[in-house]
Ligand binder design. Structure first.
Ligand code: HXC
Length: 262
């Protein structure tokens, strides 16, 4: 499949492999337009449906993961344009319906919609060059793809207010201290470290990986009592899988498990 604004690739070894999506509008620092978001959604859905793929990675260039929504495209729109066409909702959130893990590998700028896209992924691994920000306030708007909701959940109200109201950028070290990113690595190692994390995920049992993702997302989106209840049901359900028998038998018999992803 060939795309205009992204490049897709399959990496890794073993029965389950890694679907990699690289955002590619280099002249615009990967500014996110409709074509790119449609292609990203289609590529992720295709990987999600592919039985040979166990995990996905979304990345950009060395200079920019994505410098935000395409300002040139938005500049002429009025309220009726965005309201009637359901801007953002119509094609930005496909990634939320992806059931396998998606890791964001961020180098350079992740601003506005770019920061929001990274936060829609399951976790973020950042190069030491990464810079995060929600600078929409400088354009007379506010974050519109979840930034006012996911940023406070990730880094707390004080820092989120600071970022959203001043529009300042946060470097990778601050982002790691604040809990926005899971790891910071030297820029040259960003892809290899992210692919190694994805490869490790691919080697675990597929159903437990998907249920783990679903359960952690409940912590993010609902009350604690319901999250615990959901986790318990998923945990019990995994005792009906072949992978649980295999994983525990392998441990008891001191051998490597061979998961069948069922
Ligand atoms: C369109 C963009 C762009 C964007 C950069 N470019 N960001 N085009 N939309 N969001 C273009 C520039 O116009 C320029 O094109 C080229 O990319 C290189 O950018 P420069 O500014 O020359 O690079 P640099 O000086 O290194 O500065 C990098 C930067 C700056 C700090 C990232 O480009 C910048 O501030 N960009 C805007 C960031 C932003 O405001 N993002 C939020 C957008 S609103 P030319 O043709 O001149 O070479 C948003 C809404 C979210 O995301 C809500 C819904 C999703």
């Amino acid at each position: 499949m060939s795309y205009e604004c992204i490049v897709t690739d399959v990496q890794g070894s073993g029965p389950l492999r890694i679907g990699v999506v690289t955002l590619s509008r280099p002249k615009q620092l990967n500014a996110l337009n409709d074509t790119l978001m449609n292609e990203l959604g289609a590529a992720l859905k295709a990987f999600d449906a592919d039985e040979t793929i166990g995990c996905m990675v979304v990345t950009g260039s060395e200079k920019a993961f994505a410098a935000g929504a395409d300002i040139g495209a938005m500049a002429g729109w009025n309220f009726m344009d965005v309201y009637k066409s359901d801007y953002i909702t119509r094609n930005w959130e496909t990634i939320r319906s992806v059931r396998k893990p998606v890791i964001a590998a961020v180098s350079g700028f992740a601003l506005g919609g770019g920061c929001e896209l990274a936060m829609m992924c399951d976790f973020i691994i950042a190069a030491d060059s990464a810079k995060f920000g929600q600078p929409e306030i400088k354009l007379g708007i506010i974050p519109g793809a979840g930034g006012t909701q996911r940023l406070p959940r990730a880094i707390g109200k004080a820092k989120a207010m600071d970022m959203v109201l001043t529009g300042r950028m946060m470097d990778a070290a601050e982002a790691e201290r604040a809990g926005l990113v899971s790891r910071v690595v030297p820029a040259a190692e960003l892809l290899s470290v992210t692919l190694a994390a994805a490869q490790a995920i691919c080697e675990f049992g597929g159903p437990s990986v998907m249920m783990a993702k679903e359960a952690v997302n409940r912590a993010y989106e609902g009350p604690l009592s319901e999250g615990i209840q959901f986790e318990r049901r998923m945990f019990h359900a995994l005792f009906a899988t072949e992978d649980q028998k295999e994983g525990m038998d392998a441990f008891v018999n001191k051998r490597k498990p061979a998961f069948k992803h069922r």
